[in-house]
Design a protein around this ligand. Sequence first.
Ligand code: ARG
Length: 458
Amino acid sequence: MKLWTGRFRKELDKKTNDFNSSISFDSRMAAEDITGSMAHAAMLAKQGIISAEDAKAIQNGLADILADLKSGRLDIDMDSEDIHTFIETELTARIGDAGKRLHTGRSRNDQVALDIRLYLKNRYLPLKQQLTELISVICDKAEKYADAVMPGYTHMQRAQPVTFGHHLMAYAEMFIRDIGRLDDAVNRMDLSPLGSGALASTTYPLDREAAAKALGFGGVTDNSLDGVSDRDFTIELASALSLIMVHLSRFSEEIILWCSWEFRFIELDDAFSTGSSIMPQKKNPDIAELVRGKAGRVFGDLMTLLTVMKGLPLAYNKDMQEDKEAVFDAFDTVSACLAAFTPMIDTMHVLTDNMRRAAANGFINATDCADYLVGKGLPFRDAYKATGCLVAACIDKGLTLETLPLDEYKAVCDLFDNDIYDAISLDRCVATRRVYGGPAPENVRAQVKRVREILNKN
Ligand code: ARG
């Protein structure tokens, strides 16, 4: 059944109906469509636009439909044009004329704009919870490995010593910002468009505020044209979701590197890695690779939304039906990635000895060696050059700064003394980087504490 019969002399062509229909993907908003309709009907009755009995029949009818959908007693008719059509048709079949009064002062245009907002608000909290879980797993691991020295890199070259805990907490910061971005998007979206009608509101004396309040919105949209044609929130959410994927993907890339035998900084738990069908020795980080790969898919969803919206004149255009698959897919993908990623991080085995060995072999304490000379009064630039000569000497002789004899040091600069070996010990290099935000174990522990406090407040 179409909601728009009357003006038409023929049924819609079958294949065209399938093409035009959104039921295959908007049926997931059934509960929100029903909640929205209940609030609309209650408001219509309160304003004297429909009778209290009709409103009651509508409420009961909709509640029954929802219960039947949940229990599986009612199947969604996949030939329906969309979920709004299906529910209104089913309601009218069940309760008669009262059902036909539900759509008074409303259009599917403000109805769908409302449903997506309600749906996305409902999806948001569980996703935020998933992010919170990931951050708290990162905090636990960072606390455990706050003292585990590893090489920090720039240009993928060993650069300066950090700790594994410090490295992990960098990701905690990214995911905390991600939660903030999602919060911002959801707060801006927290306005009800109901009452915007098709585009120009309506002549009925609607109480938009009352319906919005009943639905848990913070307020109502201020312009009916914008109310029905705004999909900024889908773009903002897809953008925030894309950034989450950027972060998950960078993290995945490191996991993949760290698992390789070139690094061997970590080993993934057997329950979160896969084997090869031909090479018996292989243990592959498929989960991390898939997460990295799925980032592209979420960016694609964002691009879809931007492109769909960019050329649309006001107000509603059918192009906007394309918003749902894209934003739903972005939510589904991020949620699926987090569900696999968090336990993978939680169960990974950290090979601290290998990290330390890698840290010991890359001259990552060269800056500290230069700083030692600065401490003895040499200008930094001269100290830098002297240390460069020492590194070159080490490379020639197959030594490290730790194993280079003192007379070799003295040959380059007579300010060197026996205490140089303590000054360049890796633990000292890390422990003395106490500047706020730096890798000193006590800093990392303090950062873990701060992040946990943020999580508790959220
Ligand atoms: N299925 C449509 C959508 O998702 C609902 C709105 C239909 N409105 C219309 N005027 N055709 O956008």
